[in-house]
Design a protein around this ligand. Structure first.
Ligand code: ATP
Ligand code: MG
Length: 347
């Protein structure tokens, strides 16, 4: 049963296999993952990783070969068709290609879920007006989809998905057909959906920037496997898997430039390279200053990057520490005592 602290969506040991011409494809391999109420949860991975398959299991458009999917504590594949249709009204979905009815105007497109629910006409009118205002399309009620830009079409898609006041919104590559500025504005809108309407959002994407901008949690899928998941700030600041590193590297460069590598390679004294991770709340320069001044080592900043992740500033600094083994250990003890994450790098 649902309780306030249980996850709103829970995947337990989910596998999905497709058999075509006797060839078995394992689209998902034993995935266990929880999504908490209020999350904007990003599912990222390359094409064919299994993102859409996993997302579509949340509203039972896709059924696992084994494992269970719980939505608000209910095993979504263990309920009657009637119960499923009730639960689905609580789960909105938006798509990359918007899926609007081309022959219907904006008002009618948004009204569809309400008509299906047999909502009285005056209520539909009020609700659609409210939704169009929320998505910023009050003046487009009578326009046809072909008269709208891509961003406006997605706003209609969002309004339609919210018509029945769902508590969960599924987004499959919802901004992939849009230009960067329009993407930003749609992401801003989705953030408002999350914060003002308390809707939990699951966002499938292959673009790490989308995750950086709006998600608080992320799961990385690769060929059907869950390779890494957690808070965005944790995964971004310290990606463990090669694939996570590759994604994160595109927004947080951490590879040391060749010129600096050459310089390091020609250095003959004792030195260690470390990469330290600071969040906004740490006083970065103070730590480096303390190491330089209080300990018998010298630090050179070899490479630094500063990235903003949902209001938190993450700085990653690569330091060369010269001196000797004992003093290096003291510097590391000092860094540990400040509870700052770091890793030693070998060239
Ligand atoms: N109905 C199906 N029949 C056979 N194979 C399928 C089916 N649906 C998905 N697959 C396979 O399952 C794997 C995962 O597909 P999925 O659509 O979930 O990937 P994705 O991560 O969403 O990729 P993309 O970024 O391209 O949308 C792929 O290898 C795909 O070919
Ligand atoms: Mg997909």
């Amino acid at each position: 049963m649902e309780s306030s602290n249980s996850p709103i969506i829970s995947f337990k040991n989910i596998s999905r296999e497709y058999t075509q011409n006797k060839v078995v494809t394992r689209a998902l391999d034993n995935i266990s993952l929880d999504i908490e109420k209020g999350d904007i949860f990003g599912l990222i991975g390359s094409s064919g990783a299994g993102k859409s398959t996993l997302l579509r299991m949340i509203n039972a458009l896709e059924i696992p070969t084994s494992g269970k999917v719980y939505v608000k504590g209910t095993d979504i594949n263990g309920i009657s068709a009637k119960q499923l249709s009730i639960l689905r009204k609580d789960i909105g979905i938006i798509f990359q290609d918007f899926n609007l009815l081309e022959s219907k105007n904006v008002f009618d497109n948004v009204a569809i879920p309400l008509i299906l629910k047999r909502t009285p006409k005056n209520e539909i009118k009020a609700r659609v007006a409210e939704l169009l205002k929320f998505v910023g399309l009050e003046d487009k009620a009578l326009s046809l989809p072909k008269e709208l830009s891509g961003g406006q079409k997605q706003r209609v898609g969002i309004a339609r998905a919210l018509a029945t006041k769902p508590s969960v919104l599924l987004c499959d590559e919802a901004t992939s057909a849009l230009d960067p500025n329009t993407t930003e504005s749609i992401l801003d809108l989705l953030q408002r959906v999350n914060q003002e309407l308390n809707v939990t959002i699951i966002f499938v994407t292959h673009t790490i920037r989308v995750i950086q901008k709006i998600c608080n949690k992320v799961a990385i899928l690769d060929q059907g496997n869950l390779v890494e998941h957690g808070r965005v700030i944790d995964v971004f600041s310290n990606p463990k898997s090669e694939i996570a590193r590759t994604f994160v590297e595109t927004i947080i460069p951490s590879r040391i430039p060749q010129g600096i590598l050459d310089e390091l390679n020609s250095y003959h004294g004792y030195y260690k390279l470390i990469r330290i991770f600071f969040y906004a709340e740490n006083a970065t320069d103070d730590v480096i200053w303390q190491i330089n001044n209080k300990l018998n080592v010298h630090t050179n900043v070899m490479f630094a990057s500063v990235t903003e992740i949902q209001g938190l500033v993450l700085s990653i600094i690569t330091l060369q520490i010269t001196g000797n083994e004992d003093d290096y250990k003291k510097a590391v003890d000092y860094i540990n005592s400040k509870h700052i994450s770091y890793e030693e790098i070998s060239l």
